[in-house]
Design a protein around this ligand. Structure first.
Ligand code: IPD
Ligand code: CA
Ligand code: CA
Ligand code: CA
Length: 261
């Protein structure tokens, strides 16, 4: 499929650009606070991707994190969800464990997803109905694991007091799981869930450019992705994300619903 080849070509070229720039100097700005950063590399990569997409597909829409082009406000037509660097803090500090995340939606349906771990040169990609792949090797179906058997990726912030959810509902998950990880790049945490390296991802606040590609990867291997209360994604606003095998998601929903307020 030409669009798949184009997306892979663009994402690999953007990755090469990041690898060339990562050890140089660049400006870092705070967006909403000290944990929400943007660099000129994030912006340059988004520009590069936008230009590459529109050169090939002038009628397509782009929903990008850094807002370098007006975002669509409906899901009509073909939309590319673009996160030029998912895990900007990791990019700046760890200099690894960040990804470029791209998903392509056609008339409201996710069709293609790409999560490229730039420093590991590892590409996860998926074509709806035709498999999910890690560097070209097809991923098997996801393992069904309950919370008690699971390694869970989550943002640790959500088990501390916060406005969104009663933390008494999340703390038991941490207690019961085999292990908990906070990698700091949502798209990678979702891709790792699809690849069976971890068993699930939970967060209270993601945008479509964070989760869309990872969602399709997980769904393609038989897993489930929705909000923390089990609803499906709307793709035009911030949302919680609960992702993993069917068993894992059901189990977390039961945990969240049965804990006392
Ligand atoms: C962030 C990362 C982080 C997640 C945040 C995202 P960014 O993306 O994926 O792990 O917890 O919700 O905003 O800003 O580094 O692209
Ligand atoms: Ca950001
Ligand atoms: Ca980003
Ligand atoms: Ca992101």
């Amino acid at each position: 499929m030409q669009i798949e080849l184009d997306a892979i070509d663009l994402i690999k070229r953007a990755g090469k650009y990041i690898r060339e720039k990562i050890d140089g100097s660049y400006h870092v700005e705070q967006k909403t606070g000290k944990s929400d950063l943007v660099t000129e590399i994030d912006q340059a990569v988004e520009d590069l991707l936008i230009q590459g997409i529109l050169d090939r597909y002038p009628n397509h829409h782009i929903y990008g994190e850094e807002g370098r082009i007006a975002r669509p406000d409906t899901l009509e037509g073909t939309i590319w969800f673009v996160d030029p660097i998912d895990g900007t803090m990791n990019f700046i500090r760890q200099k690894r464990m960040f990804a470029i995340s791209i998903a392509i939606m056609i008339d409201g349906e996710l069709r293609y997803g790409f999560v490229y771990d730039v420093m590991a040169d590892e590409l996860f990609h998926v074509i709806k109905g035709h498999g999910a792949y890690q560097n070209g090797i097809r991923l098997p179906q996801i393992e069904e694991r309950s919370v008690k058997e699971a390694i869970i990726c989550m943002n640790a912030t959500w088990v501390t007091p916060n406005r969104r959810i009663n933390t008494d509902r999340l703390a038991p998950l941490v207690r019961h799981a085999v292990g908990v990880r906070a990698i700091g790049a949502a798209s990678l945490e979702l891709a790792w869930t699809a690849a069976g390296r971890v068993d699930g991802y939970i967060t209270m606040r993601n945008m479509p450019w964070d989760y869309a590609a990872g969602q399709l990867l997980i769904e393609e291997v038989g897993g489930r992705v929705g909000t923390i209360t089990g609803e499906s994604m709307s793709f035009l606003e911030q949302t919680s994300v609960l992702a993993g095998s069917q068993t894992f998601v059901e189990d977390v929903l039961t945990f969240v619903q049965t804990q006392e307020d």
